[in-house]
Write a protein that binds this ligand. Structure first.
Ligand code: SAT
Ligand code: MN
Length: 591
């Protein structure tokens, strides 16, 4: 069945959309082209198609209305950094932290792989909008894909369909995205970015971060590159608001690497003792931020849904996420119960006696393998979140008071400290490190440098990126305060020193009180730190000795840390801003 455009197009820009679609129709030779309009009827139709093709399985509609299940190919369960390329004219512009290929060579290789690749298949044209309609930071993308799973996920993760075409400006400046599943052979898996053409081509994968092109590819890799040219920041950050009992609101952005708790932090519920305090979610993964006319840094969430890690999510760790995934959610690679419910390691309640695991095999509690893949995911619309902040739809976004950087570190890094100023804060972000997680293919639990949680997502030279951060400061007369946190420090017995989750509100409150000049702190060699008695401990018995262990910075550990930071900084040394070298010197002399 061929479905024609069934809606009127925005006046400008459209001709170039049609040309783009025609170009790749001719290359990929699909049997039909399906233009998505984002309507409810279309959703119903696509869901039916996906179920009859076996791409989605309906879950138990009494328990999980509107929810569906997808099992991926077992070789295709995470982002693949070794297959991800930045194709700039010169290798230096991509920098040492990215894979690089010459645009001409890569286009040739990819067009070769795409040739006739959609024969017998449908090419879906997915217009999507990143950001609230009318936002000065909004961006339109057109993703061509042969995957109905991608279409249905993009429908949740972005503002998809007619609304996107209506936001085309007429200059044809939309992101050109092409995704083709091919045969999922990892040897033919390439996720390629062409910043100078505002284009992305992704082949050989069906996994979220590789194929939902609005997310990591456009919103971060292409976005960061455009942001550098245009004077804004595309960051791997959650956004939240904190409302005090007297009604004042403070907006916070926080960068943690993938699968380190951004979704949990952005949906946090304060402990019961903090009566009248409310946390609301603006975004859980990506922030676009620009200096406003008032000299503050303003941020929007470009996305419209959550692509969150399922394992470990439960009513204790993240009640708002649990409520967000009860309806209209797509589950990928979790386990399924005999009555069509979903399950994963760390879900509430007893472990079921019988499951079908993420590979489709029978599973019992005696099984040696995990029932859900550690990077199994839910895709849920943000409207489902009971704690959604209404500001999420404001075109100008929200003014940011604090930026928090954090990694997963068993040692060295204390629970929280504040930078002395913006440049020191940029240094903290630039030297961040974290243990690797299942969100990317490769070794787990290995500490690696992950500057600003952007190592896999910065679309240009990391040294230029640090410089861009320093330049942004010149546009701000009220810059956000910058903090560093670590929820994951372990004691000598190997157990976590900090309870985390909702208790992180105590740290968040200190951060906000610092921004508002309401909290004292102690000046230390590494930054401003709270004293034990400066924390609000209501409702949480916490020993001073444990606090001391959690907050200490050990001279020997920090010497090692500094050498190791240096090792990373050397890799970007040719474009490393002098300011950061001075910060390092200052830190050494303070220590
Ligand atoms: O899989 S995604 O890349 O979308 C999530 C993440 O790794 O941050
Ligand atoms: Mn992410």
């Amino acid at each position: 069945m061929t479905i024609d455009r069934k809606f009127g197009m925005a006046p400008g820009g459209f001709e170039s959309v049609e040309k783009f679609v025609e170009k790749y129709r001719a290359i990929c030779e699909p049997d039909q082209v399906f233009w998505c309009d984002g309507s409810e009827d279309e959703k119903k139709f696509l869901l039916q198609q996906a179920v009859s093709a076996g791409v989605l399985e309906p879950l138990n509609q009494d328990i999980l209305p509107g929810c569906y299940y997808h099992r991926s190919n077992p070789n295709d369960v995470a982002r693949v950094e070794q297959c991800t390329y930045i194709c700039t004219p010169s290798r230096e512009d991509a920098g040492p932290t990215n894979n690089w290929a010459a645009p001409r060579d890569m286009y040739e290789k990819l067009h070769g792989l795409l040739r006739s690749s959609m024969r017998g298949r449908t090419m879906y044209v997915v217009p999507y909008l990143m950001g609230p309609p009318g936002s000065p930071l909004r961006m339109v993308g057109i993703e061509l894909t042969d995957s109905i799973y991608v279409v249905l996920n993009m429908r949740i993760m972005s503002r998809m369909g007619r609304v996107a075409l209506e936001q085309l400006t007429g200059k044809g400046d939309f992101n050109r995205g092409v995704h083709c599943t091919l045969n999922l052979d990892p040897a033919q898996r390439f996720i390629c970015h062409f910043p100078q053409d505002n284009a992305i081509i992704s082949v050989g994968s069906g996994y979220g971060g590789n194929v939902l092109l609005g997310k990591k590819c456009l919103a971060l890799r292409i976005g960061s590159s455009l942001g550098r040219q245009q004077g804004w920041l595309a960051e791997h950050m959650l956004l939240l608001s904190v409302e005090s009992p007297t009604g004042d609101k403070t907006y916070v952005a926080a960068a943690f690497p993938s699968a380190c708790g951004k979704t949990n932090f952005s949906m946090m519920i304060p402990p019961a003792s903090f009566e009248g305090w409310k946390v609301k979610t603006i975004g859980d993964d990506i922030a676009w931020m620009r200096p406003g006319k008032d000299g503050r840094l303003w941020a929007i969430n470009p996305e419209a849904g959550y692509f969150g890690v399922a394992p470990g999510t439960n009513f204790a760790t993240n009640p708002n996420a649990m409520r967000s995934i009860q309806s209209d959610t797509i589950y990928t690679n979790v386990a399924v119960t005999p009555n069509g419910d979903v399950w994963w390691e760390g879900k509430d309640g007893p472990v079921p006696e019988n499951l079908t695991d993420w590979k489709g095999n029978p599973w019992t509690p005696q099984s040696l393998e995990k029932a859900a893949h550690p990077n199994s995911r839910f895709t849920a619309p943000m409207q489902n979140n009971p704690a959604l902040a209404p500001e999420v739809n404001h075109p100008d976004g929200v003014p940011i008071s604090a930026i928090i950087f954090g990694g997963r570190r068993a040692t060295t890094m204390p629970l929280v400290f504040q930078s002395f100023n913006w440049i020191h804060g940029v240094y903290l972000g630039a030297t961040m490190a974290s243990e690797t997680t299942a969100a990317a293919a490769g070794e787990l639990g290995k500490v690696r440098r992950d500057p600003m949680a952007m190592l896999p997502f910065c679309g240009y030279h990391m040294g230029d990126y640090f410089n861009h951060w320093l330049n942004i400061r010149r546009e701000l007369n009220d810059p956000p305060r910058i903090f560093h946190v670590n929820w994951f420090r372990k004691g000598k017995d190997g157990s976590f020193l900090w309870p985390g989750y909702g208790e992180n509100f105590r740290v968040l409150k200190w951060v906000i009180d610092r921004c508002r000049g309401r909290a004292p702190a102690r000046e230390t060699a590494i930054g401003w730190m709270p004293r034990f008695n400066e924390f609000d401990w209501q409702g949480l018995p916490f020993a001073k000795s444990q606090w001391d262990e959690l907050m200490q910075y050990d001279a020997a550990e920090w010497r090692r840390e500094l050498l190791w930071q240096e090792e990373f900084l050397l890799t970007v040394h040719d474009r490393l801003p002098k300011e950061l070298i001075f910060q390092r010197e200052l830190l050494i002399s303070r220590l």
